[in-house]
Design a protein around this ligand. Structure first.
Ligand code: KIV
Length: 266
């Protein structure tokens, strides 16, 4: 099977086939998600919370994002790898933005980048697209704006806010984004945006009418417990499995049951 490209994203929207996306941050889990047939692996700045253990997504650096993206790219045979632009890698200006976005493709093997924002990043998206860097945009709840938004809250609830979000969606589409993430917005608004723009929408907490869905891997697998947003569905409880395995190992070492003969050399 050939690698998924931006053209496949558009084709799926046209053919009304759902796009599947999940975050990945390292080689083993990226390999599993790729084998499962997921369309795109997002090396999300959520790694700052679920892998690095920070309070929010702000501290992760560009070099750390590149490090994780390299691991994911090594594992992806079919899935498209998308690098997420971390806080302050693009807000400081278009030149910084293009240079940093280019690193994901040039150094880390990604095929596209994602950045948060609407009309305020239109110029960034235009310049990146002209530089042959495919861009996925991200509006609604944008976690890098946690301090401005006053927390992680559903966006676009009022008529005015919904109108503004539709305008933001059109702005990133006009700028040349190949897809758009809609995070934590009412499902009717996500439906309207999905119907009104030509590029695929990928929802996370945006209801079932988006052209595709994305979730954070650690939420899907039950590996992150600090908080679980309403939009998350947990498909496994790997934390419990890991705890049982490690407790059993500890117990067996303490009781002299491990290593046994099979694990020993004669
Ligand atoms: O960083 C991330 O993981 C994301 C997705 C959840 C959309 O931005």
């Amino acid at each position: 099977m050939a690698k998924i490209t931006v053209n496949d994203f558009l084709k799926k929207k046209t053919e009304q086939k759902k796009i599947t996306m999940i975050t990945a941050y390292d080689y083993p889990f990226a390999m599993i998600a790729d084998e499962a047939g997921i369309d795109a692996l997002l090396v999300g700045d959520s790694l700052c919370m679920v892998v690095q253990g920070h309070e929010n997504t702000l501290p992760v650096t560009m070099d750390e994002m590149i490090y994780h993206t390299k691991m994911v790219s090594r594992a992806a045979r079919n899935a498209m790898v998308i690098g997420d632009m971390p806080f302050m890698s693009y807000q400081t200006g278009i030149e910084d933005a293009v240079r940093n976005a280019g690193r994901f493709l040039k150094e880390a093997g990604a095929a596209a980048i994602k950045l948060e924002g609407g009309s305020e990043v239109q110029g960034h998206i235009k310049t990146m697209t002209r530089a042959d860097i495919p861009v996925m945009a991200h509006i609604g709840l944008t976690p890098q704006a946690v301090h401005r938004m006053g927390g992680y809250k559903v966006q676009g609830r009022s008529e005015d806010a919904a109108k503004r979000l539709l305008e933001e969606a059109r702005a990133v589409e006009d700028a040349g984004a190949f897809a758009l993430i809609l995070e934590a917005i009412p499902l009717d608004l996500a439906k309207k945006i999905t119907e009104e723009i030509s590029i695929p929408t990928i929802g996370i907490g945006a209801g079932p009418h988006c052209d595709g869905q994305v979730l954070v891997l650690h939420d899907v697998l039950g590996l992150f417990e600090r908080f679980v947003p309403k939009f998350v569905k947990r498909y496994a409880n790997l934390k419990e499995d890991a705890l049982t395995a490690i407790r059993t190992y500890k117990d067996e070492v303490e009781k002299g049951l491990f290593p046994g003969e099979e694990q020993s050399f004669k």
